[in-house]
Design a protein around this ligand. Structure first.
Ligand SMILES: Cc1cc2nc3c(=O)[nH]c(=O)nc-3n(C[C@H](O)[C@H](O)[C@H](O)COP(=O)(O)O)c2cc1C
Length: 326
């Protein structure tokens, strides 16, 4: 199957998806700037960081940044999470006013403050509630609804075949499977064979996720599981080249600088200079992996508060240092 992103590969409801590599939603990372850059390199879909339905109800100050997206990010989805079906629906209806292409429901977040209150992966303990939530969003929204799950709460409650069947029967248009349990969090290896089982029993598109670190991994996941697309999370941080089939380590310094400058610029446009420069540091850590080799270098880079000064420091670092082997 081709990973090419110029032709339609599959549909989420009536939305054509061009390409089979998708940037995973990642809280604290996949804001509009990171999604835009990933899209430019070939990510087929943009999905927001997960948005708390309680924050939508209460009008949390971070909401504006979380809901902002650019037209060129389309197809674009908001991801929402909660444990209360009525509040989830109210939140999804509010998000719908901002005109996303579809809405994704988070059923996989393993963070304790989310899953222990029954939201995110906490929903996996209540398959009936999952059905209720999906059915209600599908009924009241005029855009496709999708869900992202894990394999179950722990190894004693692996219920991905049940939850994925309920999600499809309740009217969802696609499902993403992060092939770990909630208990595994991000440890151990993703169990791709479970993605294969889900794909075999469903007719809606299945997006596989977990431990894809390169185009070769993505091709291997598709070949082994038959999934319709592959979602890439951690390996895409500071490495948008992954969506075009190469890796950060293979880029000449001029290309690394070009993308860092572009990303920094988008961050400053999105957050303003003070916050934008600060939030960019975690991306920079990944872009400059191998270069930030001494405490002095790190101090110099991380103490910069102005866009121009930060970029000049990065330029002089790249021009004067060879990266350490990782
Ligand atoms: C920092 C971080 C934040 C995340 N936030 C979200 C989120 O908001 N919504 C979600 O569905 N998954 C979230 N995830 C999980 C990823 O989408 C993905 O399922 C997971 O990282 C496995 O994929 P990977 O092995 O390619 O990283 C997050 C992961 C990380 C590392």
């Amino acid at each position: 199957m081709s990973l090419n992103h110029t032709a339609t590969s599959f549909f989420i409801g009536n939305i054509p998806i061009n390409g089979r590599l998708i940037l995973a939603p990642m809280d604290g990372y996949t804001d509009s700037p990171m999604r835009l850059i990933s899209k430019q390199f070939g990510s087929a879909v943009s999905i927001s960081e997960f948005i708390n339905a309680i924050d939508i109800k209460q009008g949390h100050p971070h909401l504006l940044s979380q809901i902002t997206f650019a037209e060129c990010e389309r197809p674009f989805a908001y991801q929402i999470f909660d444990d209360k079906p009525e509040r989830m629906l109210a939140g999804a209806l509010k998000l719908r006013e901002h005109n996303p292409d579809y809405i994704d429901i988070n059923m996989g977040c393993s963070a304790k403050n989310v899953s222990n209150r029954g939201a995110g992966a906490g929903l996996l303990k209540h398959p009936q509630k999952i059905g209720e939530i999906v059915e209600s969003l599908v009924k009241h929204l005029d855009v496709p609804v999708t869900a992202k799950i894990r394999l179950g709460w722990d190894d004693n409650s692996l219920n991905y075949l049940e939850t994925s069947r309920i999600i499809q029967e309740s009217g969802a248009s696609a499902i993403t499977v992060h092939a770990r349990t909630r208990k595994m969090e991000y440890s151990g290896s993703a169990r791709w064979e479970a993605i294969c089982e889900v794909k075999a029993q469903l007719s809606i598109p299945v997006i596989g996720n977990g431990d894809v670190k390169s185009l070769a991994d993505a091709e291997r996941m598709m070949a082994q599981t038959g999934c319709d697309a592959v979602m890439i999370g951690r390996a895409a941080i500071g490495n948008p080249w992954i969506f075009s089939g190469s890796q950060r380590e293979e880029q000449p310094r001029s290309e690394l600088l070009r993308v860092v400058e572009h990303h920094l610029d988008l961050m400053v446009q999105h957050y303003g200079e003070k916050i934008g420069v600060m939030v960019f540091r975690k991306h920079l850590t990944r872009y400059l992996h191998g270069y930030l080799s001494t405490p002095e270098i790190r101090r110099n880079i991380y103490s910069q508060e102005k866009e121009m000064e930060l970029f000049e420091s990065i330029c002089s670092l790249l021009n004067s240092t060879d990266p350490l082997e990782s």
